[in-house]
Design a protein around this ligand. Structure first.
Ligand code: ADP
Ligand code: MG
Ligand code: MG
Length: 898
């Protein structure tokens, strides 16, 4: 078995199809090499070796891959004409992590590996550039110390131990930038760094290049199980056994002087999706400098540079001399880069995010990948590429990550409120959106407030969790390709970066702008589309959906065969869902209507009544209210089917539990407080979720079913009189036996017939049931003898199949997930393995009795993409979900059918 794959010099052992084995970075380096893009030669140690390392440990694995690695290093040496570890003509390499999916900054990379006190002198001689040699050495010791030897800050208020040494020296020398260090400074730094390593770890910094190499390889493997990577993996549901590949690659040097540099670019705008080549670069810099935001990066294109200067309030003269674009400064390199970006985007037919380095006037490409983007950019790019003929309709649909559509539905700032807003500073519009929250300065404190804005000088991969929790991210340093910007766009989170006017004091937790001070807990707002930073809160409104959003939705209808309905209890929700393209209502919960103030009273009277007569009187009061509700909903969904579920929750939920309210009720009903109290305690149950609820209510109190059936049918008939078509589907909850269904069906049909006679008119309606008790799924063939449709209530079905009380699961489910006993929360993602079997069996058995049986799902799972796909495979007619998830379910339904 091959464990090491070479690339470089227009050949490669691997290609872009081999992402699982070579990781995304390795596979794309191989592919670029194959299509003639200049990539420094190197090799990839496979992800399988990472898994082997986790099982067998370092020694065995090093022994195993040593011959292949030595051969591959030799191959690099031949291409580069230099020798690894050689004192006169040294080859240096980078050791880079790379999992199958990109996890920006989540894992570790070491640059300039192969240097020691002797090699550095050789490198200086060979390149005739002493400063460059020592700058590289300084960077190497720093990165190796951090990544391999664990030289991290000791607490969150501390800065990085190496940064501290550098800051100290800068202060002493009265300089600001790394580029201002003298050669002697750099030498001092290297020795100070090594001393710090010795002091902290008790070991000398390794000087043998091969020891360095194996140390770095192992550190990359270990980074796969580091806290950051684990959090990122869990956030996205990536399994631990994927592992990471390791790429070892010849160094090319962006830090060789004014004719060298490094940068990051995107073939399209990752925030808005516009088809504009953009990116940032730095002269005389290496690797991470751009992303880390230590120096203000310059723009790649002239247009980008002009726009940046306007936002950063930089005068044209200053811009041209100090921050020129690559296009202006190095036109021929720019031209070449532009050719590669066009070629790569076409080749992958997707937006690319690329890294490049120029060494002494020669351009090298170091990475390409499908770029992370916001939800809005995702939709726009898919539609644009479809129109440009780069991808076909099916591919355009598959490019949509359904859950990311959610971002497009978030509120935006009210333009009126924005006019009055007090803009305190301006940063770069790094990731669009509107965010309002309280200031926090540390990522691990983001959860301190319900809405927080994380304010940092710059962010680092350690901050990921807090960035995810915060409503928005604000940084004082870093450009559009900084860590904060890239990660925020990936999360679809509002971010303003590089707001240079901000002075952040972590120790005292103060943000200073223009003489004003803002403290932790103060409200601020961020406009991620303009880069404005605003004092206080700003009002928001619902977003207007773009033309591309509608286009992708229409396209989904062309391919989707399974319909999408919504769960809606009010005409307002029904209208929202209809606007999003819901094709009916899959669940109207009638009990929600009873919780309104003026209705709960009648409901309570009904519950407290001791006799059928008393109950009927109270129900008579409720009837017109229910009828009106149904009329509103039927009208909103004109002509589309509306599934109405009969009363479901235990009655205990409706009665008052506070003494004062109990007293009021007693007074109003002219009964004693004692009587109310007795009734309340009578209704108490040990296991209310398994107690007196669902159809059990309608069976013990048939008059409730009767009233509800009447309200539904009368509402439909009233609308018919107005020329509006209503299609009610009456749904009986929580049945476990055919007899239960029959008892309720009889009441419903009997009532309907009575109403038809009274109105001297009829409408069409269906009577069906929820399948949410395991026994119902097991006997679905019997139930289908009578039921006209099934709707899987997967919330209850999950609860009862697992035996996890939904209301108590919060106490143990998080621990289950943490310990890996469950991969995901089964109340969020349908458990296909177990609960799914009940769904499948229920559908098959039901249809074995009634071939045309209509089947749907109305649990929370109806809007979760992987569950939607499962429903499609099961052969359901529709899924039903909350209004704001309708677009997500529509795309998921189309994708399932493709
Ligand atoms: P990440 O996944 O965090 O981006 P990378 O492995 O891509 O880590 O490397 C970090 C930085 O170092 C990137 O800017 C990359 O372009 C640069 N880099 C990596 N390898 C080399 C190399 N061989 N020569 C020059 N720069 C390199
Ligand atoms: Mg990278
Ligand atoms: Mg239920």
């Amino acid at each position: 078995k091959t464990r090491v794959y070479k690339f470089g010099n227009k050949t490669a052992d691997g290609n872009s199809q081999m992402k699982n084995l070579l990781g995304g970075k390795g596979a794309n380096l191989a592919e670029m090499s194959l299509i003639g893009i200049p990539v420094p030669p190197g090799f990839t140690i496979t992800t399988e070796v990472c898994t082997e390392y986790n099982l067998l440990g370092k020694d065995t694995v090093v022994e195993m891959i040593k011959p292949e690695v030595e051969k591959s290093i030799e191959n690099i040496e031949n291409i580069m004409g230099a020798k690894f570890g050689d004192k006169d003509n040294p080859l240096l390499v980078s050791v880079r992590s790379g999992a199958r999916v990109s996890m920006p900054g989540m894992m570790d990379t070491v640059l300039n590996l192969g240097l020691n006190d002797e090699v550095v002198i050789g490198l200086a001689k060979k390149t005739n550039n002493e400063r460059f040699a020592w700058d590289s050495y300084r960077r190497f010791v720093q990165m190796y110390g951090d990544v391999v030897l664990g030289m991290k800050p000791e607490s969150k208020e501390d800065i990085d131990p190496f940064e501290e040494i550098m800051e100290h020296l800068k202060d002493k020398r009265g300089i600001e930038l790394d580029t201002e260090f003298t050669i002697q400074d750099l030498k001092d730094l290297v020795y100070d760094f090594k001393d710090a390593v010795k002091k902290r770890t008790g070991h000398d910094f390794p000087s043998n290049p091969w020891d360095q190499l194996w140390g770095a390889v192992v550190a990359v493997f270990n980074s796969w199980n580091g806290d950051r990577a684990v959090y990122y993996r869990n956030m996205h549901g990536y399994p631990a056994d994927w592992g990471t590949a390791v790429n070892v690659q010849a160094m090319v040097y962006g830090n060789m002087g004014e004719n060298s540099g490094t940068g990051v670019c995107f073939t399209r705008d990752a925030g808005t999706g516009e088809n504009i080549f953009n990116g940032e670069y730095l002269i005389n810099a290496q690797g991470e400098d751009v992303v880390a935001g230590t120096r203000t990066p310059q723009q790649i294109t002239k247009t980008g540079s002009l726009r940046w200067a306007e936002l950063a309030k930089v005068e044209e003269e200053d811009r041209v001399t100090n921050y020129p674009s690559l296009e202006e400064l190095m036109p021929s390199i720019y031209k070449e880069l532009n050719e590669y970006q066009e070629k790569l985007e076409k080749h992958y037919s997707d937006m690319q995010d690329m890294e490049f380095t120029m060494q002494d006037g020669k351009l090298w490409i170091l990475q390409t990948r499908n770029g992370k983007r916001t939800g809005a950019a995702m939709v726009k790019i898919a539609i644009d590429m479809l129109k440009e003929g780069l991808i076909d309709e099916k591919e355009a649909l598959l490019r949509i990550e359904p859950n990311k559509l959610d971002e497009l539905l978030h509120p935006i700032f009210d333009p009126k409120a924005l006019k009055a807003a007090n803009v305190i500073a301006q940063g770069l519009p790094a990731s669009p959106g509107a965010a309002t929250g309280k200031i926090v300065f540390f990522a691990d404190e983001a959860a301190k407030y319900k809405n927080s804005i994380l304010v940092r000088i710059e962010t680092s991969p350690e901050d990921l969790e807090g960035m995810n929790i915060a409503k928005g991210i604000l940084t004082a340093r870093g450009g559009m390709t900084s860590h904060a910007a890239v990660v925020a766009r990936g999360m679809g989170k509002c971010c303003v970066s590089g707001a240079g006017a901000l002075k952040i004091d972590y120790k005292n937790r103060i943000l200073k702008v223009d003489g004003h001070e803002y403290h932790e807990g103060d409200w601020i707002s961020l406009n991620g589309s303009t880069g404005n930073i605003i004092e206080g809160k700003v009002a928001t409104i619902e977003p207007e959906l773009s033309g591309e959003f509608a286009e992708i939705m229409n396209l989904s209808d062309k391919y989707a065969t399974m319909q999408v309905r919504t769960n809606a209890d009010t005409p307002k929700d029904a209208k929202v869902a209809r606007n999003f393209g819901a094709q009916g209502i899959g669940l109207t919960r009638t009990e929600h209507m009873f919780f309104e103030v003026d209705r709960i009273k009648a409901m309570r009277e009904m519950i407290l009544a001791d006799t059928v007569k008393g109950r009927k009187e109270a129900l008579k009061e409720l009837l017109p209210m229910q009828r009106e509700d149904f009329e509103g909903i039927f009208e909103a969904m004109e002509g589309l089917p509306v599934t109405v579920r009969l009363l479901d929750p235990p009655l205990h939920e409706f009665v008052p539990h506070q003494l004062a309210t109990q007293k009021d009720l007693a007074d109003e009903m002219h009964i004693s407080l004692e009587a109310v109290k007795n009734k309340v305690s009578e209704l108490e149950e040990f296991n209310p979720m398994l107690g007196h609820r669902g159809c059990r209510l309608g069976i013990t109190y048939p008059e409730i079913t009767e009233m509800q059936a009447r309200a539904i049918i009368e509402a439909a008939l009233n609308l018919k009189a107005k020329g509006i078509v209503a299609k009610p589907e009456i749904m009986i909850p929580l049945i476990g036996t055919l007899a239960e269904f029959e008892s309720q069906e009889k009441i419903i049909r009997g009532t309907a017939n009575t109403v038809f006679e009274e109105y001297n008119d009829t409408i069409e309606y269906l009577v069906g049931t929820m399948i949410e008790i395991p026994r119902a799924a097991l006997t679905a063939d019997l139930i289908a003898q009578k039921a006209e449709f099934f709707s899987f209530g997967t919330n209850d079905l999950t609860q009862m199949a697992f035996g996890y009380s939904r209301d108590d699961a919060g106490k143990f489910l998080p621990i289950y997930i943490e310990k890996g006993i469950l991969k995901v929360d089964p109340f969020e993602v349908l458990d296909q393995e177990g609960v799914g079997q009940l769904v499948k069996m229920g559908t098959e058995k039901g249809r074995s009795t009634k071939k045309e049986l209509k089947v749907g799902i109305c649990g929370e799972h109806g809007g979760e993409p992987s569950s939607v796909e499962f429903c499609y495979k099961t052969g359901m007619n529709y899924v039903s979900c909350s209004p704001f998830r309708v677009p997500i379910a529509r795309i998921a339904s189309a994708q399932a059918a493709i």
